[in-house]
Design a protein around this ligand. Structure first.
Ligand SMILES: C[S@@+](CC[C@H](N)C(=O)[O-])C[C@H]1O[C@@H](n2cnc3c(N)ncnc32)[C@H](O)[C@@H]1O
Length: 235
């Protein structure tokens, strides 16, 4: 029932453009041809984001499209979990692209230094339990470099001005999304794309609050029917 109400409110807001950020598809903002191909993985093992609520499927398609359109050389992701999104970044980029995927160490040796939400705590627990990554043994595995640490105090300086596509999907509290975004901006350069997951989902959601605030400074878009929000770093 809670899931139904959450999804209904999410749908109501996206159908009526009431999420507080201009709704546009990735292909309306980024320069693209009339057609684009994307690759989907993990189909034999559940397809992860192909769920009864369709927004997750639009999320993964939009992320694949960003990769196919901008062809990033270096991607940084905060929030690896089982590597579903990292796998798709690797599947949808040129062979020499590197994907850096950061998560908390699985042995719980690091406690998040900033505030987390109840859902974050559940994801952190799930991440600690999952021993495998869904890209293991695939042809793109070598493109993905796993990093471990707390995004709240991780040293991002080796990545400054280097990242072409930055995806933020770690802790979803206001404090974390704000801190992760400010670090992402330092890692990016003009023309880079930053994308966030879970924009506009109801409940405890720091992503929505922070992005509405940030949209006063940057042009940010939310994908219709999806929880992906994204921006292109201006010149
Ligand atoms: C919603 S899941 C990410 C889902 C993932 N992108 C996927 O492909 O399914 C959030 C992940 O962020 C990680 N995380 C939470 N807080 C973090 C932090 N402070 N630093 C790094 N990773 C964090 C969690 O351990 C969890 O694996």
């Amino acid at each position: 029932m809670i899931g139904y109400i959450n999804e209904s409110l999410f749908l109501y807001k996206t159908l009526n453009s009431k999420r507080g950020i201009l709704q546009k598809n990735v292909f309306e903002v980024l320069h693209t041809e009339n057609t684009a191909s994307i690759k989907l993985g993990n189909l034999k093992f559940g397809g992860n984001w192909f769920l009864s609520s369709a927004s997750y499927a639009v999320d993964i398609v939009s992320l694949c499209l960003i990769c196919q359109i901008i062809k990033p050389n270096h991607i940084f992701e905060i929030g690896t979990l089982t590597g579903y999104t990292s796998f798709h970044f690797a599947l949808n980029t040129p062979p020499d692209t590197r994907v850096y995927a950061l998560d908390l160490p699985k042995d719980k040796s690091v406690e998040p230094i900033l505030k987390t939400t109840i859902t974050d705590d559940a994801h952190i627990k799930a991440s600690g339990k999952s021993a495998e990554y869904c890209f293991e043994g695939t042809v793109v595995e070598a493109k993905i470099q796993l990093l471990f640490g707390d995004s709240g105090n991780f040293d991002f300086s080796p990545f400054y001005n280097m990242i072409d596509f930055f995806f933020i999907d770690g802790s979803h509290s206001y404090d974390y999304v704000r801190s992760d975004t400010l670090n992402a901006i330092k890692c990016c350069h003009p023309g880079s794309v930053i994308a966030w997951h879970d924009f506009g989902r109801v409940g405890v959601n720091g992503v929505t609050k922070w992005l509405r605030e940030l949209s006063k400074e940057y042009e940010i878009f939310s994908v219709p029917g999806s929880s992906i929000a994204f921006m292109v770093i201006p010149d």
